[in-house]
Design a protein around this ligand. Sequence first.
Ligand code: C2E
Ligand code: MG
Ligand code: MG
Ligand code: MG
Length: 276
Amino acid sequence: AAKNQGRSRYCYFMPAMQEASAMRLRLGNDLRHALTDRQLSLFYQPIVDFESGRIQKAEALIRWQHPTRGWIHPLDFIAVSEDNGMITEIDEWVFHQAVDQVAIWRANYHADFQISINTSSAQFQNNGIKLNEWFVYLQDRGLSGDCIAVEITEGLLLNATAIVSEKLLAFRDAGIQVSLDDFGTGNSSLYSLKKYDIDYLKIDRSFVANLTADSNELVLCEAMILLAHKLDMKIIAEGIETQEQFDLLRQAGCDYGQGNLVSKAVSAEEFEKLLS
Ligand code: C2E
Ligand code: MG
Ligand code: MG
Ligand code: MG
C-alpha cells in the first residue's frame, strides 16, 4: 500500500528524514564531548507528601546545555545516546550526581530525603548498569540504598528477561527503591506488579491533565490509588498543574504529587531555595 501511495510522499519525506538522521548524527557526536565538557546537568523537580505538605523527594531530570543549541531536553537526546552507546556513561553519571546531591540534602535538610533517577530500559536489558559499583559508591559514602529510587517503565516488566528480574531483586537487596513511571500508559500486566517488588506507582500525567471532579480520569486515578495501596505500594501523581488537580488527588488518597503547580524541574541551587 505504501508503494501505491505514490512518489509524492517519498519525495516529500526523504529530505526531512535525511535531515533528521543527519541531526541525530551531529547531536550524537556532540554528546561525546558533553560529559567531559560538563555540559550535562541534573535538574530536580520536587515531590510533595500530600499528608504533610512537605517536599520529601525529588525527581532528577537530565538537561544538556549545548554550546550552540542552548538547553536540550532529554527526549531529544536520550534516544541518540542509546544509539551511540553513550547512555551507559550518562546513566552512570546521573547516578553519581544524584547520590552526591542526596547526601547533601539528607545532611542539611531531611534525613529521609530521596532522589529518584530515570533509567533507560535498554540499559537494564543489556546489563549496562553496573550494580556492584553502585553499591560500593553508596557504601563508601555511608548512605543507605533508600536514598535513591530508580524509575523504570512498564515495557520493561512485560519483557522482563532474567537480567531484568535479577536487577530488580538486586535493587531490593540493596534497599534501592523502584518506581514504575508513566503508569497506565504502557502495557504492564497487573500480574507483574505483584511479581516484582515495586515500591511506587507513578500515575502518568496524561491522567492528571484531564482531571476534574466529574471526569473519567478521576475514576481511573482512584482505581490506581486503590490498586497501589492494596499491593502495598505508594503512589505518586505526576504533572499536577492546577490546585483542583492537587486537591482531588489528595482527597482520593494519593500519597505524593509532583508537577508545575509546585515547581518545574530546577537547578540544585534553586531547589535548595524551595527546601528552605
Ligand atoms: P518522566 O520521567 O515521565 O519525567 C516527567 C516529565 O514531565 C519531565 O520532562 C518533567 O519536566 C515533565 N513535567 C513535570 N511536571 C509537569 C507538569 O506539571 N506539566 C507538564 N506539562 N510537564 C511536566 P523532561 O524533563 O523533559 O523529561 C522527559 C523524559 O525524559 C522523562 O519522563 C524521562 O523518561 C526521560 N529522562 C529524564 N531524565 C533522564 C535521565 O537522566 N536518564 C534517562 N534515561 N531518561 C531521562
Ligand atoms: Mg520519571
Ligand atoms: Mg514520569
Ligand atoms: Mg510521564
